[in-house]
Design a protein around this ligand. Sequence first.
Ligand SMILES: [Cu+2]
Length: 244
Amino acid sequence: MIGKLLKGTGLSFLTLAASAPAHALRERRAPGEIPDIPGEWNSLFNELLIDITVIGVLFAAITIYFLIKYRRRRPGQEGNPPKLSMAAAIGWAIIPAFIFMADDLYLAAESWSLYNDYRTVPANAYEVKLEGAMWSWNFKYPEGIESVNELRVPAGTPILVRMTSRDVVHSFFLPDFKVKEDLMPGRVTYLWFYPREPGEYLITCAEYCGVIHSSMRGTVVAMPKDDFNKWIESEKMALQEGGA
Ligand SMILES: [Cu+2]
């Protein structure tokens, strides 16, 4: 019964010990330092994995031990369980449950702090507007430049994407940065990500939005800052020439 009571909750002292270094690292983040969102997701995932593994192995071992120790040895055998006092019975149920709950709450607190980082846009983020449509990603830069399915950004700068949808619900998903947010007609939502290094990263739609949903893809092109600035300048020139 105690086992049953406890199985629903989560645990582990081992995890507390194992995750302490990662946790300490996170706390040591300097003010203004940009949180490592993918790294935080990874460590939270690993902590959960360790927890459920430890709990699973622990309870399986206890169950197997009891199954063997208290097995029926002859037909018609009746058990002779020790009588527990009311206080002992309640204690055996409540105290372990609280121990396991402490770990649950610890993980919940970690999830909460990660979610806060996830939703708090770092200062001085470069803001790009995005309109999702069946079936394209339409970006608009503060300089007036527009692009489709390709988002060029300066590496080493946090990027804020403010978005809405022209038609149905889409979901802007950047798997490499572990961020995802819905785009809805009539509403403005946002997400931010941090392309630390120059490179190309996948954009994909994570909400079924019609027959060509599966090819609603794009690319984030993180460029060295100087290259990005040059690109912006040349696009601006082209824009002015086109408009004149
Ligand atoms: Cu879509």
